[in-house]
Design a protein around this ligand. Structure first.
Ligand code: BGC
Length: 768
């Protein structure tokens, strides 16, 4: 029976009706639930208001206004200069600005012309753009400016540059990744830019791919956790806050698995693998509220993704429920005609892409897109409903970013931009990520050692930062100099004193330089630090034909090894370049990946024992080019006697201390669909230094209806232990942690036995 006050509650709006359910709960919980419910109601109300505003605005918009909103142009199109060749110093062209914003009604601008600008110049640019957009354009719709703030707000001079994504994955610390994303958002908004084309959520399963270092590595769980942390850190609870922005998960979908290993070449990915390895990072980011997505430039299974409706609409929208804005990648609509040859001309390419589900075209250099799109609508080749859908999504992001109220935040305190506080986080991330792969009692070096520092990456800031660093390719030393940071050589000199350090370049990336000088210098020191690796690159310019490091670098190691002195190899590289031809000559190996502006300092701290390495490989380090298997391969990937024999395994990384694992316990041995198994293990620091350890839980499905992976990472925790200290680490395993994509391409957990393994200890559980 319902009492009269209950009847009243039932008739009230949703929030109040929920109160009825709280009445039997303890007062504090009741209050929390009421506040939560109130929050949800306010949110729903705000969404409704926003929706109302968008509808009202759209009702006033002409077709020109709408196709303009769907157009994104590069800053070059509104700057002094022609095409890609821009006037220096950079200057906006007021006439072009008006043409683009007022005649074409363009809704979004991106990028820099050539190189990073000062914060003040960004303010001038954004003010000029928003003044015209909001005051002179009839709709008054602000422009959505987008940038690649890939490892920090790299296109603004003086910003904090962090280690690249691959390093963050090697740090196995999503909280730190969230902090870095939050600082990047703050520093990007400090330039008044509200949209960041980051994070890369392509899974890094092929080390040949030149964008490998932009990923969070090969494991689905680790990469998904990192991606979610990045979305949270970038957007916060309210992306309109002056220190938050819209993240852009990219590149949907299947970009990182090209058959050739080269950028923007075709991938052949069966649906099962797609769902099991390539999709989950995006799925988690969508659940975390990612506002925008960028589309894969390549093609998958013969269909360019930019015109693949099954991916862009059926999967992304209908199945995953993504409601945000989908932007094309650079010139990719045009490439449907010129590269993929699935469209007879540019107009046809636009028809295919928009009908498949692209909302905004990163055109980015010509002005024809909105004109041709308008014609397509008038001819009935693109339905008006498709245009309205996209425009609504674009306007929604602009509202969510608060651009209508404040197209930029002139009075917000951005004084922490490039600050010591932010720099300290960059150093911490570099220290957490750099991975000690080999140590035959050579490290840490004593501070009174005399060392020879040599190799192509020893004295070049650009190698530590990699691509997307002040310029697209990150290969211009001129812009590095502005940052005034320490190379590996300089940081070592600071640490132990210049007079203890001899330096000879020894080799460029692929040529020996005065190697005799290096050999004779090696005779007079206690240890040789050989800094090898890659020159900066990103995207297609980073394609390679051979994963081995160039022969010259191998010869340099061989030359210094002849001295009989300990040879410490420091790898500065965006992907695991093969070292098997000289690995035996190295006494110690430290993989720094691309550790960013504080990388030199971090390497020196680690080499001389002021910090203890705690990074773990977020990928399998291959030994040979014909053996590029991931750690979670199938048993059937190995037939003959060769076995799985990578140079270093996924999750591997040494420390200056040692850890001992014991007492692996399961609170029960049988798991049911709705239950959980609590797993615990004791980890002890058995050495004499404080150390950080990544405790990794792997599960092997013993028998499955589809050949199971040899093992999968299903949990991890990074802990700190003092010498002699012991900690219990707990994991909770549910049925979903045992799942895989089954025969019907759906996630399934099958009844049977599973082997749990942590730190070499093993136990078995069954799923009933
Ligand atoms: C890259 C994207 C990037 C875009 C804008 C493209 O070439 O593939 O990752 O966000 O350019 O700069």
């Amino acid at each position: 029976m319902t009492s009269s006050w209950e009847t009243t509650l039932l008739n009230l709006p949703i929030m109040n009706r929920n109160i009825k359910n709280f009445i039997t709960l303890p007062p504090f919980l009741t209050l929390c639930l009421i506040l939560l419910s109130l929050g949800q109601t306010i949110q729903a109300q705000q969404d409704q208001n926003m929706q109302g505003k968008i509808k009202a605005l759209m009702a006033k918009m002409t077709l020109e206004d709408k196709v303009g909103e769907m157009t994104q142009l590069a800053i070059n199109t509104i700057s002094m200069g022609e095409g890609y060749s821009m006037q220096e110093p950079h200057q906006l062209d007021p006439a072009d600005l008006k043409k683009v914003l007022l005649d074409l009604r363009v809704g979004s601008i991106l990028n820099v012309a050539d190189h990073a600008y000062t914060k003040e110049h960004w303010h001038e640019i954004i003010t000029a753009i928003q003044e015209v957009a909001t005051k002179e354009k009839p709709t008054g719709i602000p422009v959505l400016y987008g940038i690649d703030a890939i490892h920090g707000n790299n296109y603004t001079l003086g910003s904090t540059l962090f280690p690249q994504q691959i390093n963050l994955a090697a740090g196995w610390n999503p909280e730190l990744a969230e902090k870095i994303a939050a600082i990047t958002a703050y520093e990007t908004r400090a330039s008044w830019i509200p949209w960041n084309f980051s994070p890369v959520l392509d899974i890094g399963r092929d080390p040949r791919w030149p964008r490998f270092w932009e990923t969070f590595g090969e494991d689905v769980l680790l990469a998904s956790d990192m991606g979610e942390a990045f979305i949270r850190g970038s957007q916060g609870d309210d992306p309109s806050a002056p220190d938050k922005l819209a993240a852009c998960m990219k590149h949907f979908l299947g970009y990182s698995g090209p058959v050739s290993g080269k950028d923007r070449t075709q991938a052949l990915i069966p649906e099962r693998q797609l769902r099991e390895y390539y999709l989950p990072t995006f799925q988690r980011a969508i659940q975390a509220g990612a506002l925008t997505v960028m589309i894969n430039s390549g093609e998958m299974n013969g269909i360019p993704v930019h015109c693949n409706k099954a991916i862009l609409t059926d999967l992304l929208r209908t199945e995953l429920g993504f409601k945000g804005l989908a932007v094309s990648d650079w010139e990719d609509i045009g490439y449907l005609q010129t590269r993929h040859r699935v469209a007879k001309d540019y107009k046809d390419a636009i028809r295919l892409a928009i009908n498949a589900g692209i909302d905004m075209a990163m055109v980015p250099m010509d002005l024809k897109f909105p004109i041709l799109l308008k014609e397509l609508v008038e001819e009935g080749a693109v339905p008006m409903s498709r245009i309205d859908e996209s425009v609504e999504r674009i306007l929604k992001v602009k509202y969510q970013l608060g651009l209508f109220e404040a197209p930029y935040h002139e009075n917000y305190d951005y004084s922490k931009f490039g600050s010591e506080e932010h720099t300290a986080v960059s150093l911490e991330a570099a220290l957490e990520s750099i991975t000690l792969l080999k140590n035959e009692q050579a490290l840490p070096l004593a501070k009174n050692s005399k060392v020879l520092v040599t190799g192509p990456t020893a004295n070049a800031m650009m190698c530590l930062n990699g691509g997307w660093s002040r310029t697209w390719q990150g290969n211009s030393p001129k812009w590095d100099a502005e940052d005034n940071k320490k190379t590996i050589l300089e940081a070592i000199q600071d640490k132990i004193g210049k007079d203890q350090v001899t330096y000879h370049e020894g080799a460029t990336y692929d040529k020996l330089t005065k190697v005799d000088a290096v050999t004779s210098a090696a005779a007079n020191v206690d240890a040789v630090i050989v800094c090898l690796g890659e020159m900066p690159y990103t995207e297609t310019p980073g394609d390679i034909e051979d994963l081995h490091l160039p022969v010259a670098q191998q010869q340099l190691v061989e030359a210094v090894a002849k001295s009989g002195k300990p040879v410490i190899v420091v790898l500065v590289e965006g992907r695991p370049r093969l070292i098997s031809r000289f690995e035996d000559k190295a006494t110690a190996i430290l993989d720094a990946y691309l550790p960013g502006n504080e990388g030199g300092r971090a390497i020196a701290e680690l080499l001389f024992g002021d910090a203890n390495p705690s990074g773990k490989l977020p990928f399998t380090y291959p030994r040979e080019a014909n053996a590029l298997l991931n750690y979670d391969h199938r048993g059937t990937d190995l037939a003959g006697p060769l076995g799985f024999n990578p140079q270093f395994e996924f999750g591997f990384g040494l420390s200056y201390t040692t850890f001992e694992y014991s007492e692996l316990k399961l609170d029960r041995k049988e798991l049911t669909e709705d239950g959980a198994i609590e797993i615990s293990v004791q980890v002890k620091n058995t050495g004499d230094r404080v150390g950080r350890e990544v405790v990794q839980l792997y599960i092997t499905d013993k028998v499955a209806s589809i050949t199971p992976a040899v093992k999968r990472l299903r949990g991890y925790q990074k802990i700190t232990l003092k010498p002699g200290e012991s900690k219990q680490v707990n994991f909770s395993i549910k049925s979903k942690n045992l799942a895989f994509v089954g025969v019907d391409n759906k996630w399934v957990t099958e009844v049977g036995d599973f082997e749990i393994s942590i730190g070499g200890l093993k136990e078995t559980l069954s799923f009933k």
